[in-house]
Design a protein around this ligand. Structure first.
Ligand SMILES: Nc1nc2c(ncn2[C@@H]2O[C@H](COP(=O)(O)OP(=O)(O)OP(=O)(O)O)[C@@H](O)[C@H]2O)c(=O)[nH]1
Length: 183
């Protein structure tokens, strides 16, 4: 029998949203905050879900473990740390601001080795064995996702073509138009 790893779903949701200009997790898409869409899409893929960098309703909130502006890697580090202490085999990470999530996400990403979506490097699977390397990477000054996936040797797979990063209000309009045309 093939056993599936126990997967922690982590919504990476800290940061300052300077380009958006307000709390983008709460930006409305089809009548609901985008964080709700992300959680709903992640739920079937994960044994438990946490939010890294903010609180949202009753979902466990995980704080970044470092002072200063580390960026998304600090959220991933916190998720991996939680996953290790709570006996998960790995973390499926997704940003709070990128939709729509592919339906077959877990099947595509979850495995024995790190893997990310090409062009959406915060959407990835990280076995907990990556934690030590990520801590060293951050301590060495690594901040970009590109340098991290290179160091971790993450496999890159296709699947992000239709996704929109909501960095600005215009991006949200693009995503809303896409949602309407696919409804
Ligand atoms: N936990 C955590 N998440 C972060 C941090 N910085 C950014 N994020 C998340 O990482 C993803 C990508 O963030 P960015 O778009 O690069 O940064 P942002 O702060 O959201 O937006 P800008 O201020 O406009 O750059 C988003 O889902 C953010 O919520 C951080 O320091 N900690």
């Amino acid at each position: 029998m093939i056993s599936r790893p126990r997967v922690l779903g982590a919504v990476i949701a800290g940061g300052r949203a300077r380009r958006f200009g307000s709390d983008k997790a709460l930006a409305m898409l089809a009548g609901r905050p985008i964080i709700e869409h992300v959680i709903e899409a992640l739920r079937p893929q994960a044994d438990e879900i946490v939010i890294c960098g903010r609180a949202w309703r009753k979902i466990p909130a995980i704080a970044d473990r470092r002072e200063g502006r580390i960026g998304p890697l600090a959220g991933l580090e916190a998720a991996l740390h939680y996953a290790k202490t709570a006996d998960f085999q790995g973390v499926l990470s997704v940003p709070v601001d990128t939709l729509p999530l592919p339906r077959n996400l877990a099947a595509a990403l979850v495995g024995d080795d790190p893997a990310v979506l090409r062009d959406q490097h915060l959407i990835g699977y990280w076995p907990i064995t990556c934690l030590g390397l990520l801590e060293r990477h951050i301590e060495d000054g690594g901040r970009s996702l590109g340098s991290w996936i290179g160091r971790a040797g993450a496999r890159q797979i296709d699947g992000a073509a239709a996704m929109v990063n909501v960095n600005t209000p215009d991006d949200l309009r693009t995503l809303s138009a896409q949602e309407c045309s696919s409804a």
